[in-house]
Design a protein around this ligand. Structure first.
Ligand SMILES: C[S@@+](CC[C@H](N)C(=O)[O-])C[C@H]1O[C@@H](n2cnc3c(N)ncnc32)[C@H](O)[C@@H]1O
Length: 214
């Protein structure tokens, strides 16, 4: 399906200038695959698909400006929807291993189709509720799923004890808006990092990464 995305994939290349040819091609292909799949199974609002690279791909990669994932790191993306933030992160960190889960099966179909079309080998996608998952990971990433207090209850027991990265294992949650109430409600020791310190576009002025070491 032909749609003109604004901005184009160049915004990803500009913020991540060291990508390999394979990674550049994988990011470019997302601009064809998501409009195609989204027309059949809604994973991004119809209007927002034009902002795929800014609102979805680059937003997901905010986590990669905050931390790297060393080879062998295991990452769980809870409530991944069509694959955000999991798919952009799996492209960027081909030697880390990503499990993407969602409670809606048809969204997982989109994740599998996109991952397979771009030859992503470091992803597995499962139709399962986060609370039912019985695995452990170095990091749990997520965007826009539920309030932090509930989220923490779902995933705190899924974090491996032994750290293998520069930052301690834990939760990396992409959030917008005022977070103080949510963090206080959850009684968590959380660090809030504004994405505007990594990206200059106005979209990121209200966006944050919440990092909760577990
Ligand atoms: C607003 S969407 C966000 C999707 C994606 N993370 C994104 O940012 O584009 C929230 C997603 O969380 C999923 N979800 C909600 N509760 C869940 C649970 N308990 N376990 C797994 N997925 C869940 C929903 O099915 C939905 O796809």
């Amino acid at each position: 399906m032909e749609v003109t995305l604004d901005p184009s994939v160049e915004i990803i290349y500009n913020y991540f200038p060291k990508l390999s040819d394979t990674q550049r091609e994988q990011f470019r292909r997302l601009g064809e695959l998501y409009p195609y799949w989204n027309a059949q199974i809604n994973v991004i609002s119809r209007k927002d698909i034009y902002s795929l690279y800014l609102h979805h791909v680059l937003h997901s990669l905010g986590i990669a400006k905050f931390t790297n994932f060393t080879p062998g790191t295991r990452v769980l993306d809870v409530g991944t929807g069509g694959g955000f933030p999991g798919i952009p992160l799996a492209i960027l960190f081909p030697e880390a291993q990503f499990d993407l889960v969602d409670s809606i099966g048809k969204k997982i179909k989109v994740v599998r189709e996109v991952a397979s079309a771009i030859g992503l080998k470091n992803i597995a996608a499962y139709h399962i509720r986060a609370e039912e998952l019985d695995e452990k990971y170095d990091f749990v990433v997520s965007r826009a799923v539920t309030r932090l207090a509930d989220f923490y209850r779902w995933v705190a027991n899924k974090i491996l004890k032994k750290d293998r990265n520069a930052i301690a294992n834990g939760i990396l949650y992409l959030k917008g808006g005022d977070l103080r109430d949510e963090i206080n409600e959850a009684r968590l020791q959380a660090e809030v990092h504004p994405l505007s310190s990594f990206f200059s576009e106005a979209f990121f002025e209200t966006k944050h990464i919440v990092y909760i070491p577990v």
